[in-house]
Design a protein around this ligand. Structure first.
Ligand SMILES: [Ca+2]
Ligand SMILES: [Ca+2]
Length: 649
């Protein structure tokens, strides 16, 4: 990656002085009236205010790009006091407010704090770069598999473990639990203190919404970064994130980090002063809107529904103008869009992901706004990560109901553009839409099988992340048409269908909530003065306990029966109200019966040409359904609105 397109770079001060002399001679020849150069003053002295990354590790990468922020950083030379740390080149930008320093780490380099001296025409300054040996890698960077169950937490809304950080000095007035868009005080320590609750429930992996430092009073959700190398002070600090990750690992749990390479927050200091002229796509004044509708359609239909830019990316025949605003526009017309096509930006973002991984030992990334970033970037980013962390799992967010669209973004394959994004897996949004449609709107239960039929479009469908709720949609319990019984069915299907299940905090106790931000209410009991503590059985209402037990039991069955995690899925039966399927592993055959009707049903399920053929018995693991097996058929009596699970043998 070369930054040379941005100007002339001098790694050798001698050449720089020769250049300056030449410029001086030419200038005076061209303009004899030019005043004598102003003498440097104290005000011109170079100052360093920030170093990114703030530290690094030995034997991790052969090179490192450091972005130094400050003033008057027009370096004529940079050198570090470790002989094995070589300054390869530098580039001052934005009138000296930034200085890029490319370093080479020789193999023999030892741990310690390097001091790198910056010399400018008006003085010198320095920055420090601590370099440490890598920690043991065992039980770190583990990756996620279908053996895992992920639980999404919005840290500000889960549990307040440290009231002293509720309103950091730099954010006065930001904390108010009565305001749905203010900070409520939840934090990383609060999550760590409730790992036993999560362990008891049976989840194995925690996905936290972004923990990086945000800048606006209503950025409790974490998606408005102002510093990609700091933990949001409302949530704690880096040490507390490291402690949370280590504590989770000790409990046999994993941590997924929510990473957002697509954009930063509007208050990021880069917005008023970019490190490079094309650091972002566009500027605060002039940019495209990634969320703008596009008029016109090529795809027929009586109604002009407009172009769906996701569909345009997938369509090899669609003009690029239909998807350019998606990749280069500002999300919600508000969030500064990183120019990921610029190799320096790409390097910054890759190093940042490596830094969080190495700092904490995290096990995977949930990757925000995946289709909004160029596919070339994803290929490079993943290649860089995998070189160091081959097990690390990345999960892309492609918010679209059509598997022919979502699967286009899956890694492990190339489509018409010849690019493999490298992403490990994706959220199964098509299944999300159908689950809600079937359970809440009474759509045909066979719609589930219809989604699964598209699995051949994905290289690794068994790892798709299935879910029925998250922080971007109304709570299932509060959606129109919902009920406690339907919430249980949503859990039942999500935890038995193929894929890696993802649950949303509080759904296991039926937490209510409409659209954003009502879907992000505080977990009851996470705050010392809460009237009820739903983290304990005694603090849960009867209905909360019923749902909690239901989920906990399903999670235990999932642990105990490998077929429910990894087994091949076979459709056995489907119609308007029911879907019956089988999960087959080497060890066992597990039958799952879903009845969406409020009425009990008698079902005769053909077993021929499936692994259910020739089975003699159905032993019930879960539910109230009874089943008798003959050679050719399974006779099921399913109560209304039920999920039942059997082992066949
Ligand atoms: Ca707090
Ligand atoms: Ca973008």
């Amino acid at each position: 990656m070369t930054p040379r397109r941005y100007g002339i770079i001098f790694s050798n001060p001698h050449w720089f002085l020769l250049f300056l002399s030449a410029v001086a001679i030419l200038s005076s020849a061209a303009s004899p009236l030019l005043a004598a150069p102003r003498q440097p003053t104290v005000d011109d002295a170079p100052v360093v205010t920030k170093v990114e990354p703030p530290n690094w590790w030995l034997k991790l990468t052969p090179e490192l790009m450091v972005l130094v922020s400050g003033r008057h950083l027009e370096a004529t030379g940079v050198s570090c006091n470790l002989t094995s740390l070589v300054v390869e080149r530098t580039q001052a930008t934005a009138g000296g407010d930034y200085l890029f320093v490319w370093l080479k780490l020789e193999p023999e380099i030892r741990s310690g704090t390097a001091v790198c001296r910056i010399t400018t025409p008006s003085g010198t300054t320095s920055f420090e770069l601590p370099l440490a040996a890598r920690a043991q890698t065992i039980h770190r960077f583990q990756g996620i598999t279908p053996d895992d169950v992920m639980y999404l937490i919005m840290p500000d809304r889960f549990a307040n473990g440290d009231p002293t950080n509720d309103e950091p000095a730099e954010a006065p007035g930001s904390h108010d639990r009565s305001k749905p868009r203010a900070y409520h005080g939840g934090d990383l320590r609060g999550i760590r203190e409730h790992l036993d609750y999560l362990k008891e429930l049976g989840v194995t992996t925690l996905w936290l919404t972004p923990i990086v430092k945000n800048g606006a009073a209503e950025d409790y959700h974490g998606y408005g970064a102002v510093d990609l190398y700091a933990v949001e002070p409302h949530l704690g600090n880096l040490r507390e994130y490291q402690e949370l990750t280590a504590a989770a690992h000790r409990q046999g749990m994993k941590i997924v980090f929510d990473v957002v390479p697509n954009h930063v927050g509007p208050k990021h200091p880069w917005v008023s002063k970019e490190p490079l002229p094309d650091w972002f796509h566009g500027t605060a004044q002039h940019h495209m809107n990634a969320s703008a509708p596009i008029s016109g359609t090529f795809y027929g239909g009586t109604e002009d529904r407009g172009h769906d830019p996701f569909e345009a990316i997938v369509d090899p025949h669609a003009p690029r103008r239909l998807s350019r605003n998606l990749a280069e526009g500002w999300f919600a017309n508000l969030l500064p869009d990183m120019n990921t096509e610029n190799p320096v930006v790409a390097e910054y973002l890759l190093q940042n992901a490596i830094w969080w991984t190495e700092s904490s030992g995290l096990d995977g990334f949930r990757v925000d706004t995946f289709p909004y970033v160029s596919r070339q970037f994803w290929a490079r980013w993943h290649a860089g990560l995998r070189k160091i962390y081959p097990q690390l799992t990345t999960i892309g967010e492609v918010f679209h109901p059509d598997a022919s669209v979502t699967s286009f973004f899956a890694g492990g394959q190339k489509r018409y553009d010849g690019i493999d994004t490298g992403v490990s897996t994706l959220f199964d949004y098509p299944m999300y839409f159908v689950l809600r449609d079937v359970l809440l709107n009474g759509a045909p239960a066979g719609g589930i099988a219809d989604v699964l039929r598209h699995d051949s479009l994905y290289p690794r469908p068994e790892s798709l992340v299935s879910f029925f709720g998250n922080h971007d949609v109304a709570r299932f319990a509060s959606a129109q048409g919902s009920s406690a019984a339907k919430l249980k069915l949503a859990f039942g299907l999500t935890l038995t269908l193929r894929g890696i299940p993802q649950l949303y905090y509080g759904d296991e106790i039926g937490m209510p909530g409409g659209g954003d931000p009502d879907n992000r209410r505080d977990f009851p009991g996470g705050w010392g003065d809460d009237a009820k503590n739903a983290f304990t059985e005694a603090g849960r209402t009867r209905e909360q306990q019923e749902i909690f037990t239901y989920v906990k039991t399903l999670l235990r069955l999932r642990r105990e029966h490998p077929a429910l995690r990894e087994g091949r899925l076979w459709h056995l039966f489907s119609d308007e109200a029911s879907y019956v399927f089988l999960r087959e592993s080497d060890e066992e055959r597990v039958l799952v019966v879903f009845n969406n009707s409020t009425q009990a049903r008698e079902l005769l399920i053909p077993a021929n040409d499936t692994p259910a053929q020739g089975m003699a018995r159905a032993s019930r693991l879960f539910g109230e359904t009874s089943a008798e097996v003959t050679n050719k058929e399974i006779h099921v009596h399913a109560p209304g609105q039920s999920i039942s699970i059997f082992v066949l043998n």
